[in-house]
Design a protein around this ligand. Structure first.
Ligand SMILES: Cc1cc2nc3c(=O)[nH]c(=O)nc-3n(C[C@H](O)[C@H](O)[C@H](O)COP(=O)(O)OP(=O)(O)OC[C@H]3O[C@@H](n4cnc5c(N)ncnc54)[C@H](O)[C@@H]3O)c2cc1C
Length: 488
């Protein structure tokens, strides 16, 4: 490996955020490098809940079926009482898909499997993360970023147009950018461990001592493996023994009688919970995505999902600017994603408080389907005009029919790196241009079935949000919008 090979985009960190960004850039044919200081991929299960909106993003990236095969729905929670009895509750909503929302329940997939599937997809585009390569320093001269890396092949310098810090909660990139990370330490520590055990059946997520923060613990069976993920609060201070013997003693202290035998520990960690949000997501040519930009407690399963969606928001913008779009487009990344993370911080800490009281219910608020970018400078519609679709909202799926009579899913038409322009009963709205697929919808169009008014134009962004809702008479505004996001 040539340590010093230059590139357009250097991604620092091959976790969920960095890998997602890499897959998106790879399918767009953008030149990038993806480095990680680890010698080999991360092996833990920690972020195991994939929310419906992320499943839609993963469908777009071509991996949702592989993820579904690698995972499963959440099992019921089995709440064990001190007297040896138990009650099963399904506190995570498992809802049937609808046409508009093909994924309505979170999937349980250990993070090591999600990341492996992302790497597999990346390999299909001819790329792989460069492990054992650490970003040690960088400087942004306004034209380029010069990054100093230390790797197997020695030290090297990578010159790139943009650097993306996807390097996790303790982000080196964020520190080096001197970006503040205000928030609070929640004065709570927890253990998370992937263990092989005897004594529990795999049909339920077992919870013991609910509502007692000193003794609470949960064992979640990880699909298609012999592992359980153990999660339990820890005293805020003091050493923790994460060996099999240490975890056995920890479990025995909370569940006397030796009902659970810990046979093996594959991965374990003790972590302090924080809720923090970076003051800025961008300084010059350097960006932050994922945990580097926001950290919150694991309650509600939001961290990995928010990280993946940061990457999906930034990927197409970086690619567009490299292809000639105005650089101001990149400012919309922070404008759109930082408020989402701020909301997430409140949600996850609120759920943590409920969990402390033994209430683990989570509903639609964690699915991320209702999040969007109304009010963003990229959301263009005419104030006061009423439409079924609103600029900034997630575009729902729809069942359409081709002019030849075949069924078509709207999401199949949206999938890929392009923009999609849907024009009600008329058109074309704009002259054909690279990167925009235009469909006429209506009796004389190529597709039927979407509830669009005659002359209504719906522009859907590459990340699946409605960018503009205009009419055919407003072609000029549509052309102007496209010039702002694509150049030309
Ligand atoms: C117990 C637990 C449960 C969780 N449950 C959920 C859940 O159910 N759902 C959910 O959405 N999220 C969950 N999360 C959160 C989720 O794991 C994180 O949000 C997610 O891993 C963030 O991904 P990331 O890519 O931003 O960062 P990371 O996964 O932390 O990846 C950062 C990468 O950067 C690399 N790196 C760091 N510094 C450098 C450097 N200088 N040079 C090169 N590489 C570097 C690291 O080696 C690492 O591989 C959970 C977390 C925990 C701890």
């Amino acid at each position: 490996m040539d340590v010093s090979r230059d590139t357009d985009i250097l991604i620092c960190g091959a976790g969920a955020a960095g890998l997602t960004l890499a897959v998106d850039l790879a399918r767009r044919g953008v030149s990038f490098r993806l480095i990680d200081r680890l010698e080999e991929p991360f092996a833990g299960s920690r972020g195991k809940g994939i929310q419906p909106r992320t499943l839609e993003m993963f469908e777009d990236l071509g991996i949702v079926d592989r993820l579904a095969a690698a995972g499963g729905f959440y099992p019921p929670q089995r709440v064990h009482r001190d007297d040896g009895t138990h009650e099963d509750v399904q506190d995570i909503t498992i809802a049937a898909p609808t046409v508009e929302e093909p994924y309505r329940s979170p999937l349980l997939v250990p993070q090591y499997r999600t990341e492996a599937i992302l790497r597999e997809r990346l390999a299909e585009w001819g790329h792989c993360p460069e492990y054992g390569t650490r970003l040690a320093a960088f400087a942004d001269d306004g034209e380029r970023v010069t990054a100093h890396v230390v790797g197997e092949g020695g030290e090297g310098v990578i010159r790139c147009r943009y650097l993306v810090g996807a390097d996790g909660g303790r982000s080196f990139v964020r520190h080096a950018m001197q970006v503040g990370f205000p928030g609070k330490t929640l004065r709570m520590r927890a253990m998370v461990a992937d263990i092989v055990l005897d004594g529990l059946d795999r049909g339920a997520w077992h919870r013991f001592n609910e509502g007692d923060m000193q003794r609470q613990m949960g064992f979640c069976p990880l699909p298609h493996s012999d592992l359980f993920q153990l999660q339990a609060p820890l005293p805020f201070e003091g050493d923790v023994d994460l060996s099999a013997g240490g975890i056995q003693a920890f479990v025995d202290a909370r569940l006397p009688g030796g009902a659970i035998r810990v046979r093996e520990v594959r991965w374990a960690s003790a972590y302090a919970m924080n809720a923090r949000l970076a003051d800025r997501y961008r300084v010059g040519r350097v960006f932050l995505v994922g945990d580097a930009a926001h950290i919150h407690p694991p309650t509600g399963g939001q961290g990995l999902n928010t990280s993946v969606q940061d990457a999906c928001n930034l990927g197409w913008k970086l690619a567009s600017v490299l292809a000639g779009a105005p650089a101001a487009l990149l400012d919309t990344y922070e404008e759109e994603r930082r408020p989402i993370a701020a909301g997430m911080l409140g949600l996850a800490t609120g759920l943590l408080e409920k969990a402390r009281q033994g209430d683990m219910r989570r509903g639609r608020e964690v699915h991320q389907l209702d999040l969007g970018y109304r009010g963003s400078s990229l959301s263009l519609d005419v104030p006061g005009r009423r439409h079924r679709f609103v600029a900034g909202d997630r575009m729902p799926d729809a069942l359409l029919r081709g002019a030849g009579g075949q069924e078509r899913r709207l999401f199949d038409l949206l999938a890929g790196p392009h923009w999609t322009l849907l024009v009600g009963d008329g058109g074309p709205a704009v002259a054909p241009r690279a990167g925009v697929r235009q469909w006429r919808i209506g009796p004389a169009g190529a597709l039927r079935g979407l509830d669009l008014e005659a002359g209504e134009c719906l522009l859907v962004r590459p990340d699946g949000y409605v960018g503009a809702v205009l009419s055919l008479e407003e072609r000029g505004r549509l052309e102007g919008y496209l010039a702002g996001v694509m150049g030309g």
